[in-house]
Design a protein. Structure first.
Length: 245
């Protein structure tokens, strides 16, 4: 798979994408021993890349952290013609065949990881690896202590299984608006789980956002945009396991 040289440099934290373009134009980048000054030059995994004489270790896969908007499908396509997270990617990243790691509901916003690395996807989505996710909800009604306790100790969904939050915190109770702001931490992530949990205790969710994925948050990533995970972040995620408080 070929990728643009400036993207490869940026992915390896050489500098920002724009600064990497400047480095190329200044003749400070070599590919296989040859100085490259043309933007848009594409390189492969086997190419030897240097910046100012220093070798750049290529990363074989692409890892993305997206701030997914509401009203967007967590898929590469949709038979109903709705906008998907794939549509939010640049043409280059679409060519990299990135897929969502898990999913967020159509009307849920927040952190969504995307990658073309199957091993990474398996690590992030298999329950045995204990990857925690933090959700912030706005729910109808003034949530009670008893409801919070039930969310922590476990509630039945569909009469089939018991699910619970690793941690549940009430951020704010807005009495005049008859709404509550609640943060819940999960280490599993079944379909519609947060919504069904809150509905089961009598406080249906009005708005839902995933604000944290393991140690990753949304800082610096505007809604509808994304950034590449840094090499050390990917390594940390591969070795990550949630530690119960």
């Amino acid at each position: 798979m070929l990728e643009r040289l400036q993207k490869v440099l940026a992915n390896h934290q050489v500098a920002s994408r724009r600064k990497c373009e400047t480095l190329i134009l200044e003749g400070r980048v070599k590919v296989n021993g040859n100085i490259v000054t043309e933007l848009g030059t594409k390189v492969s995994l086997s190419d030897h890349i240097e910046v100012d004489g220093k070798k750049i270790i290529k990363q074989a896969f692409t890892y993305v952290l997206m701030n997914k908007p509401r009203g967007v499908i967590s898929s590469v396509s949709d038979d109903k013609g709705r906008k998907t997270v794939f549509d939010l990617l640049s043409k280059e990243d679409q060519e990299s065949r990135l897929y969502p790691v898990g999913r967020l509901d159509y009307d849920t916003a927040g952190i969504l990881l995307m990658t073309n690395d199957g091993a990474f996807m398996q690590k992030m989505t298999h329950p045995k690896h204990q990857i925690d996710k933090v959700y912030r909800t706005i729910c109808q009604g003034i949530i009670t202590r008893d409801a919070v306790k039930k969310l922590k100790t476990g509630v039945s969904i569909g009469g089939k299984h018991i699910v619970k939050g690793v941690d549940v915190r009430v951020l704010e109770r807005r009495i005049p608006m008859k709404t509550s702001y609640v943060e819940i931490v999960l280490i599993d992530g079944k379909y519609h789980q947060v919504k069904e949990m809150f509905a089961s205790v009598g406080f249906p969710v009005v708005k839902l956002t995933r604000v944290k994925y393991a140690f990753l948050d949304l800082e610096g990533v505007k809604r509808g945009f994304y950034r590449y995970l840094k090499v050390h972040e990917v390594k940390k995620l591969f070795g990550y396991q949630f530690k119960h408080r």
